[in-house]
Design a protein around this ligand. Sequence first.
Ligand code: CO
Length: 136
Amino acid sequence: MLAAIDHVGIAVEDLDAALAVYRDSLGLPLVHRETVTDQGIDAALLDVGEGHVELLEPLAPDTTVGRFLARRGPGLHHVAYRVADIERALSDLREAGIRLIDERARIGIRGSRVAFVHPASAGGVLTEIVQPAEDR
Ligand code: CO
């Protein structure tokens, strides 16, 4: 069901400063940048092989990532697995007794469809499943 690791999400205080590291020093190509008001983030996606690094800067302190930064500081925020059919994946996970944060898929960056699994059901790791947009 989980086809690959699609990306790791990293919470940062300052997206441009993080890009200076991930794009300029580590040499990962920046392929997408998007503000997702719905999720309270300014996001940048960099390519690494078949997968990505997703850098997340909160738009405000009272957002999910803003609260994460206040509590834990910058660092690894979530791991995202790629699936071909997110409805099917959600139903399989529910059936397996996995605790979901999102009962239904919502729109992620680059037109993807995403849903989050509660860390309590994933060894303490906030886990995302993502179905990339059709044209990817
Ligand atoms: Co993500």
